[in-house]
Write a protein that binds this ligand. Structure first.
Ligand code: UD1
Length: 418
């Protein structure tokens, strides 16, 4: 298993370009199940999660072809199996995104229940309730969701809780349903907007994506198209925090700053200079950060996917910070590892108290999930001495060559294979 060796203390300086968004690429690839024509997707990041969704689509009979320079061509003309097996759903929950499209186009689906993961139980009850409201018959058989519907029917469905993939699943299902579907309390994340944009290019009639009410008028069929995936706001924000923790000066190119304003606002409160410049967003930090309080929330709030990374920054801030996680219970697996690096953090329930210390110390640490790994990398870039990050495969699920990008900014970080 690969490891990362990080020697902290170097300020990150220079420019770096963000990749396509993982969380936009996965639903976009799944959308191929809604059409018999070809979909060409550009700016697809090279990630383990993308490889997993490709394997899942291949299992069903879709043949992905490399289109060169980060693009992928997909066709679902020859779908053989409307099924997502346990092994693939277990490693990546986003696999449940196939449920809505399969039901909508083929009238049937058999998808493994995802089960728990490192950041909490993460149920899919809202996905299922919405599909049932659209007329699907759903049973749980031997750990699988078995769903059928001769044709889904448009409906009004209010999410009890904001769900990103829940909104995407139902939005995709509704594109081919009979009649109009209204989704209330829908997720407003930019990745939902990007998926809606792709579906519109395929011929779907969607209004209100990006707001909390999305209206979808079902059509008979959808066509192929070409689409460029939005830049990854979580990667951009991770690079911004990495720049700040090292008191560096980083230009993040190819990002959309409005997509992670909640993070940059907090960086400014902590003392960073943040400016939109031609070609990107520049983040400079000249001093030790001030402690700020953070509460995660659905978009446009502070993303739960940035909570672990900002906690690394707060670990060396001047003062005490209160970090509250409202989206996922149990998303504090990085805390014991940060504490091993000298951080002073206690937590109970959804709240962590971070008493900043002047400097972290390098240590061997273990990645437990994707964003926790990024937090430990950021901490390692600040720490005195050497940090060895084990289980790098978590990082590889969602960051494209993060260590190479940090190295190009002057970070002392290298991958040791095997
Ligand atoms: C997506 C993102 C993930 C991000 C998360 C929150 C993708 C592929 N993944 O995950 O990176 O951390 O949004 O921004 O886009 N819930 C239920 N029942 C459901 C669905 C969700 O109770 O049927 C709960 C979850 O347990 C969680 C909350 O709702 O507490 C939000 O989860 P959700 O937005 O669905 O997360 P994902 O879509 O899985």
């Amino acid at each position: 298993m690969d490891r990362l060796l990080i020697r902290g203390g170097q300020p990150l300086c220079g420019s770096v370009t963000v990749s396509g968004a993982k969380n936009a690429a996965l639903p976009a690839m799944v959308a191929v199940l809604l059409t018999s024509e070809e979909l060409v997707l550009e700016n697809i990041p090279s990630l383990r999660d993308v490889a997993t969704i490709e394997r899942l689509l291949q299992f069903m009979g879709v043949e992905p072809r490399e289109g060169g320079s980060g693009s992928v061509c997909l066709s679902s003309r020859a779908v053989r199996r409307c099924e997502a097996p346990y092994d693939l759903v277990r490693t990546m929950r986003a696999s449940v995104l196939v449920l809505g499209p399969l039901l909508a186009r083929f009238g049937k689906a058999r998808v493994s229940l995802p089960g728990g993961c490192a950041i909490g139980p993460r149920p899919i009850n809202l996905h299922l309730a919405g599909l049932q409201r659209m007329g699907a018959e759903i049973e749980i058989v031997e750990g699988y969701v078995v769903a059928k519907a001769p044709r889904l029917i448009g409906t009004r469905f209010a999410f009890e809780q904001v769900s990103v993939t829940g909104t995407e699943n139902l939005m995709m299902a509704a594109t081919l349903a009979k009649g109009t579907t209204v989704l209330e309390n829908a997720a407003r994340e930019p990745e939902v907007g990007d998926l809606a944009h792709l579906l519109q290019k395929m011929g779907a009639r969607i209004e209100g994506a990006g707001t909390s009410t999305i209206t979808i008028e079902g059509v008979e069929d959808l066509a192929g198209t070409q689409h460029r995936i939005v830049p990854d706001r979580i990667e951009a924000a991770t690079l911004a925090v990495a720049g700040a923790i090292t008191q560096g000066d980083v230009l993040i190119q190819g990002c959309i700053p409005q997509h992670f304003e909640a993070v940059t606002t907090k960086l400014q409160e902590a003392g960073a200079a943040v400016a939109v410049e031609e070609g990107g967003l520049r983040v400079r930090m000249g001093t030790r950060p001030q402690a700020v309080d953070i509460t995660t929330a659905p978009f446009p709030g502070f993303a739960t996917d940035m909570q672990a990374q900002i906690m690394a920054l707060m670990a060396i801030a001047d003062g005490k910070s209160v970090i509250t996680e409202t989206v996922f219970e149990n998303r504090f697996m990085h805390i014991p590892e940060l504490v091993r690096m000298g951080a002073d953090i206690t937590f109970g329930g959804p709240t962590a108290l971070v008493q900043g210390v002047p400097c972290l110390r390098g240590a061997p640490v273990m990645a437990t999930d994707l964003r926790a790994s990024a937090s430990l990398v950021i901490a390692g870039l600040q720490a005195r001495g050497e940090t060895v990050l084990h289980r790098v495969y978590h990082l590889d699920r969602g960051y494209e060559r993060l260590e190479a990008k940090l190295h190009s900014l002057g970070g002392e970080i290298q991958r040791v294979e095997g």
